[in-house]
Design a protein around this ligand. Structure first.
Ligand SMILES: *[C@@H]1O[C@H](CO)[C@@H](O)[C@H](O)[C@H]1NC(C)=O
Ligand SMILES: *[C@@H]1O[C@H](CO)[C@@H](O)[C@H](O)[C@H]1NC(C)=O
Ligand SMILES: *[C@@H]1O[C@H](CO)[C@@H](O)[C@H](O)[C@H]1NC(C)=O
Length: 283
C-alpha cells in the first residue's frame, strides 16, 4: 500500500513538472480517474450529434438515452405515450445507473445523454446523481418545437402521434439545472445548440475543459454510428445517424414563423430557455 502511495506521489510530481495534460495530472495525482458525465437536454436539441462526437473518443463509453427507454418502455414507466407496447424488463433505472457508473468495458469516461424530464424526481436525490458530472445542452424553443411538431406528423417513422409541450422538457431542464447547482453544488457547463453548430471546436474545447477532459480532434468528424435504440423511434435519429459532423447551416432560422399551433408553447418555454442561456459558456 505504502509503496503504491509513494509511486503515485512520484508520478504526480512528475506529471506536474513534465508539461502533460490536465487529465494526466488528475490521473497521476490519484484523484479518481473515472469521469462519469450526464448531458441533460431538451428534445430536438442536437444531442444525438453530440453523442456521435463523443463516440469518436476511444476512452469513452456512450450511453444513448438510457432513461428514455425506462421512462417509456420499462416496467417502472410513468408516461402514457407507449403503453400499448409491452414493458421490457431490461429497462430499469437501476440498471442504467449501473452501466453509467461501471461501464462493462472499463472505460475511464462514460457519457450519457438524456432528457431531464425522463428521470423521475425521486431519483434526483440519489447518491448516483451526486457521483456524476452534470452538463446541459439547450436550444431555442422555436426550432426545437417546430422540429418536434414535424416529427409528430410522421408517426410511422418516429412513433410520435401527438405533440406534448411538457415532454419537450424545458421546465424540467431548468429544475434540473437548479437542483444540480443548488443541491449538488456543481457548476455544470451549459452549451447552446447554435453555438455548437457554428463553432464546434471552440465550444467542444471549452465544454470538455469544464469536464476535465482533453479535446480530441476526432470529435469533429465522426464515423461510429449511434448505438441501437428501440426501433419505434428510428425516424428521430435518421439525420444524426447519417451526419458526419456538426452543421453550421442548421442554425439559420427559417423566415417562416413556427406553426400557430405551437406559438403559445414556444412563448411559455422562453423564460426557461433564457435562464439557461444566461449561464451558457461564452465563446
Ligand atoms: C484508472 O486508471 C487505471 C490505470 O490507468 C486503470 O487500470 C483503471 O481501470 C482506471 N479506472 C477506471 C475506473 O477507469
Ligand atoms: C406529457 O408529457 C409529460 C412529461 O413527460 C407527462 O407527464 C404526461 O403524462 C404526458 N401526457 C401525455 C398525454 O402524453
Ligand atoms: C444507426 O445506424 C446503425 C447502422 O449504421 C444502426 O445499427 C443503429 O441502430 C442506428 N442507430 C439509431 C439510434 O438509429
Amino acid at each position: 500500500m505504502a509503496s503504491s502511495w509513494l509511486f503515485r506521489l512520484l508520478c504526480c510530481l512528475f506529471a506536474m513538472t513534465a508539461s502533460t495534460t490536465a487529465a494526466d495530472v488528475a490521473d497521476k495525482c490519484g484523484q479518481p480517474n473515472a469521469t462519469r458525465i450526464i448531458l441533460w437536454s431538451i428534445m430536438r436539441s442536437g444531442s444525438s450529434a453530440l453523442s456521435r462526437s463523443f463516440l469518436q473518443r476511444s476512452d469513452t463509453k456512450v450511453l444513448f438515452e438510457p432513461f428514455v427507454s425506462v421512462y417509456y418502455l420499462g416496467p417502472e414507466r410513468e408516461h402514457p405515450r407507449h403503453t400499448d407496447l409491452p414493458a421490457d424488463p431490461q429497462y430499469t433505472y437501476e440498471k442504467m445507473w449501473d452501466q453509467l457508473l461501471n461501464p462493462p468495458g472499463g472505460e475511464s469516461v462514460s457519457f450519457a445523454k438524456d432528457f431531464a424530464v425522463t428521470l423521475p424526481r425521486r431519483w434526483w436525490r440519489s447518491k448516483e446523481m451526486a457521483e456524476v458530472k452534470h452538463s446541459f445542452l439547450i436550444r431555442h424553443p422555436e426550432p426545437a418545437m417546430t422540429s418536434m411538431l414535424r416529427a409528430c406528423k410522421d408517426p410511422e417513422s418516429t412513433g410520435y402521434s401527438y405533440f406534448n409541450e411538457t415532454e419537450m422538457g424545458y421546465s424540467e431542464l431548468v429544475a434540473m439545472f437548479e437542483y444540480v447547482t443548488k443541491e449538488l453544488h456543481q457548476v455544470p457547463p451549459v452549451i447552446d445548440h447554435d453555438d455548437l453548430m457554428k463553432q464546434p471546436e471552440a465550444v467542444l474545447r471549452s465544454f470538455l475543459g469544464h469536464l476535465g477532459l482533453d479535446f480530441d480532434e476526432r470529435m469533429l468528424h465522426w464515423t461510429a454510428p449511434l448505438p441501437p435504440h428501440p426501433e419505434i423511434w428510428a425516424g428521430f435519429f435518421e439525420n444524426a445517424n447519417r451526419s458526419t459532423g456538426f452543421k453550421p447551416t442548421r442554425v439559420e432560422r427559417k423566415s417562416t414563423e413556427a406553426p400557430a399551433e405551437i406559438a403559445d408553447a414556444i412563448a411559455r418555454a422562453m423564460p426557461a430557455y433564457s435562464l439557461l442561456a444566461s449561464h451558457r459558456l461564452q465563446m
